[in-house]
Design a binder for this molecule. Structure first.
Ligand code: HEC
Length: 458
């Protein structure tokens, strides 16, 4: 049994009854508890995560999935998915921009956040719960445009998808990975904001602006809060028509020349993908990604960025060029693949690299493990990894949880070490029945290089 109480406005406290320590409380925080509140703000102004995941869903399969078919008209399908994602989350006005996407205020449908994304230095900031992602690189956003603009983002899952989070995080401090599989009809979307502005990227003119606590380690603490502009909107849909992969990915870029009074709707579709074109030889055209060619010379089409994603596959403007939506998300597993991370890196030597690309751009079925036998970073014990079914928020959340437990941050100053974080739990049958004492588990946890995983991968 679990009771829920509210301690202050910003912190939701769960009391989980734990066999080993009945006094201990599993405290879940919304924004990074170490980096805290920027000067000049009060706790009430802080981001509030929605983590009350339902065990069963009352929501039926989204209408757009029944009415729309991406194999007939990908733009219409993606547009309907965007409507579904935005409905009730924003009011269509400029004045409503700062308070948009507070999902607790959505009376149309339920949306949820991922747990433990608040921990580590890249974890959720105070004002909007944004997490720090890979900064832009030179020539990534435009020909001759310098890199280094910070990227911050936030993702959401619909009620159907949240039922999987309910299983995994029934006890948030002892995640259960026995059933990480999302039901058909799961929809997730993500808003990506950039520190770049229309001064360097003209299409960002009048883009929705959020203030965020993006410079939390600033030498002058009063300048922690800075401006970010909406640049990209990602959507992922669990749709069986995708075929083997089971997931469809689509993305939008903000564009000032889209005429709409709703600032969030000035978006152009970038493309859609549902497979990795795993059978295509290098140079053969891909057919499981469609790209909006109107964006040639806008989001791609110059020497530093010839395509959106790898060899014509889909990626967003802010994404890693040697990757794609489907391949990066298909690699979601715990522990993360030690050989691949979540992308094929740059070529070390060309002879082996083609095989590496072929291994990476495979089609992974829901529940299939991308790299089945791997190991925790800093440990050599072989571990049979578990699929995170395309959810990089669960993968990242678990990594952040373990990093936080390693640092003995609350509540892991008093609670047992999460079993998923130590290799010895993975060698037991049944899995995660670790009877080693806490000191032994602590030693294991400390040997793993969780911070190395902290670097944003996109
Ligand atoms: C190289 C890796 C990479 C690529 C490429 C990538 N993503 Fe992600 N994506 C991530 C990571 C890591 C997260 C989790 C962290 C977060 O939400 O900030 C994530 C989160 C998401 C989420 C929230 C749900 C989830 O799985 O956690 C959606 C939706 C999403 N991405 C869609 C897309 C789409 C659409 C594309 C292509 C346009 C894309 N992604 C490309 C790494 C990637």
């Amino acid at each position: 049994m679990r009771t829920k109480i509210f301690a202050g406005a910003a912190v939701i406290v769960f009391i989980a009854t734990l066999a080993s320590n009945a006094q201990a409380q599993c405290v879940v925080t919304s924004y990074n508890p170490v980096l805290g509140i920027p000067p000049g703000y009060t706790a009430e102004q802080g981001f509030k995560g929605r983590f009350d995941y339902p065990a069963v869903t009352t929501e039926k399969t989204p209408d757009f999935l029944i009415k729309e078919d991406f194999t007939n008209d990908w733009r219409s399908y993606l547009n309907a998915a965007l409507n579904y994602a935005f409905e009730g989350n924003e009011d269509g006005t400029e004045a409503g921009v700062p308070t948009a996407f507070r999902v607790q205020a959505n009376h149309k449908r339920n949306w949820y956040h991922g747990l433990w994304m608040d921990r580590t230095d890249s974890g959720r900031e105070f004002l909007h719960g944004l997490t720090s992602e890979r900064a832009s690189r030179d020539n990534q956003l435009g020909d001759g445009v310098h890199g280094g603009a910070p990227t911050w983002a936030i993702g959401f899952y619909n009620e159907i998808g949240a039922t999987t989070f309910a299983k995994v995080f029934k006890d948030p401090c002892q995640p259960d990975l026995s059933e990480v599989l999302f039901p058909i009809g799961t929809v997730s979307f993500k808003l990506l904001f950039s520190g770049a502005s229309d001064a360097t990227i003209p299409y960002l003119k009048d883009s929705p602006m959020w203030l965020a606590d993006i410079d939390r380690k600033s030498a002058t603490p009063t300048s922690r809060v800075g401006r970010l502009h909406l640049l990209q909107v990602d959507i992922a849909i669990r749709d069986p028509r995708a075929g083997k992969t089971g997931w469809v990915f689509g993305t939008y870029v903000y564009s000032d020349d889209v005429k709409s009074t709703d600032p969030w709707r000035r978006l152009k579709p970038v493309g859609l993908m549902w497979g990795n074109d795993a059978d295509k030889k290098l140079g053969e055209p891909v057919v499981q990604s469609v790209i909006n060619t109107d964006l040639h010379k806008v989001t791609y089409g110059w020497p530093g960025r010839l395509e959106m994603g790898w060899k014509g596959r889909l990626n967003g403007p802010l994404d890693n060029l040697i990757s794609s939506c489907q391949s990066c998300h298909g690699s979601a597993q715990f522990p993360r693949s030690a050989t691949f991370n979540n992308y094929p890196s740059a070529a070390v030597d060309d002879s082996g690299y083609n095989q590496r690309l072929a291994d990476y751009f495979r089609d992974i079925a829901p529940g299939e493990v991308f790299d089945p036998v791997t190991h925790f970073l800093g440990d050599t014990t072989p571990v049979h990894a578990i699929s995170m079914d395309y959810s990089l928020q669960i993968q990242t959340g678990l990594e952040h949880l373990c990093a936080s437990a390693k640092k003995k941050e609350k509540p892991f100053d008093t609670l047992d070490i999460p079993k998923v974080c130590v290799p010895s739990s993975w060698t037991n049958a049944p899995l995660m029945t670790n009877s080693a004492d806490q000191a032994t588990q602590r030693k294991e946890l400390n040997e793993i290089d969780w911070d190395a995983l902290n670097a944003p991968v996109r």
